[in-house]
Design a protein around this ligand. Sequence first.
Ligand code: ISE
Length: 325
Amino acid sequence: MSIAVGLVGAGVMGSEHARILREDTPGAKLAGVCDADPQKADAAACGSLTYSDPLEMIRSNNIDAVLIASPDSTHAELVMACLEVGKPVLCEKPLAMTAQQALAIVELEMSKSRRLVQVGYMRRFDPAYQMLKHSFDSGEIGQPLIVHNIHRNPVAPEWMTGSMSISNAFVHEIDITRWLLNTELSTIRITTTRKGDPLVIEACTNGGVIITTEVNMNCQYGYHVHAEIVGEQGVVSLSSMPSKVIHKAGQRALSYPSYWVSRFLEAYKEQTKAWIKTIQTGKPNAGANAWDGYITTAVAEQIIADNNVSPLIHLSLPTCPSFYS
Ligand code: ISE
């Protein structure tokens, strides 16, 4: 059965998701696109139906499942609308702007007794991150001591304002660390550099593993994400990214992607394939569920709320309900 997907949002990420659904996702068809800008909706739809009202599309009988790629502040309400009508939804991160909104999603999903929400923490589907996890899980480097993360964007997009370097960017490291180490964070300390960007974030897990992250929204040279796990018996690092090597003027240079879609294209494709397969088979995949979405947002919210007030933030996080384990 081909799954008819309705896409909300036809901006940078949405148009990429539209292309992936049209060209790279067996078992799915792009059945509708909704965007406030009709030209963007038309361009992404490539002949499928377009909508200006997301709720009309979500409720339409032509749509089996929904992919949300609209601005962050719209996510929670749209996910709730999908849950109300019992439709599977893949929502770009973050799941919600506040922990309260995210918890309402978790509660509504649990009341439906069926897991319908996946959150687009796509790094979990990146081949290089999967190799890192595989190596760590196999015990190759022994017990973990430190995880080092680098998260650099060349230039902050114009919509990146206020605390979004945490709520929109650092949330990736919150999710990937929990996923890699299979544990929760317990404390976080943020140091802001002279210009307010980059941030240096030092966290500690429940098991005492130290996590360091540089979140840099304006590194100027390219999009660069890196991670390594330091273990008791060795270190495992992310391997090469999709890139090219330029030989010129007596130098050999490895180029960086310009933004995250080119770096994580494979991950986006695999994530969408896995989501469609889960809808077809009912078997969960490695993606982030609503609980993961809630925890990442809750951690981000506690850091943002306490930033500049407490140098060391003691996180307070609830226990995962069996519904999600
Ligand atoms: C952006 O929204 C993303 O999700 C990218 O993956 C991340 O690297 C970037 O920092 C965010 O702004």
